[in-house]
Design a protein around this ligand. Sequence first.
Ligand code: NAP
Length: 276
Amino acid sequence: MRRRDKGKVTHDRCSGRSQLLNGTLQLLYGIIFNPGNGWTIWAFVPFNSIFVLHRCGYSVVALPTESIFNSMKAKKKIIIVGATGTMGKYLAAAFEKEHDVIRVGTTGGDFQVDITSTGSIERLFQKTGSFDALICTAGPTYVGPWKNMTDKEFRKGLEGKLMGQINLVLIGQHYVNPKGSFTLITGALTYEPVINFANASAANGAVEGFVRAAAIELENDVRINAVSPTVIENSPQYFPFFQDIPVTMKQLEYGFRKSVFGANTGQVIKPYWESR
Ligand SMILES: NC(=O)c1ccc[n+]([C@@H]2O[C@H](COP(=O)([O-])OP(=O)(O)OC[C@H]3O[C@@H](n4cnc5c(N)ncnc54)[C@H](OP(=O)(O)O)[C@@H]3O)[C@@H](O)[C@H]2O)c1
């Protein structure tokens, strides 16, 4: 708009010129890519779109990329229960570069919870308020010789890894934002038993069943998945029990990324290549 104020007109002209320059520079960001198979791909930043054109010149596809990239980049409020443990510490450090991470442990972290207590979980969410994603890497189980196992030992995994995680979802569903997500922890022991770990195998299998069922019940486009690694790189104390190539911490991170930032739901994500 033309202004009477002389100084202002000058200012508007300058900003108009800089906008034009900016637009021209943006046009230069466009890419024309010929993969050599008869197709040419054009991508232009100002249009925020990807156009795929055939050689003879007609348009085949136009994708609006801006909304896709923006939804991937949007800052999320992520609660990590188990954030003081081996997995949780690594994930919290990785995700806090781009998102608001709330660390939760039993004694450390920003907030404390005992996932074996529904009252404690309710109090946690009252303090944190609503959230976009909940990651749980807390899954206490009994590890020890089979002949020492009684009902008491077995209940450690049932009340901890199983009901603890289920209650995080049952209570957390009233605090999670629309299009939010839950990511629970299981492990390869579900299908590959190892001596001394029967309690974890049973809890994992039940959590995975819960994840598939919850995915078809959760409302408001809320998603839920489980991440199921084998022994991880940062837990060498478990190497003697698992005759497996350890999952690297990067693989583990990307398993969780797939759940938190992807579109999948009801899945058990195995963050390693399966040869079988
Ligand atoms: N490590 C592996 O190689 C591996 C491989 C596959 C699957 N997994 C599974 O992954 C899970 C995490 O493994 P990790 O190695 O990261 O374990 P970790 O180092 O022992 O950490 C456990 C975390 O859970 C928290 N926690 C324990 N009991 C809790 C409770 N009742 N309420 C709330 N939080 C509780 C701990 O908090 P505090 O420290 O504050 O007590 C800690 O933050 C386990 O369920 C494990 O079975 C582990």
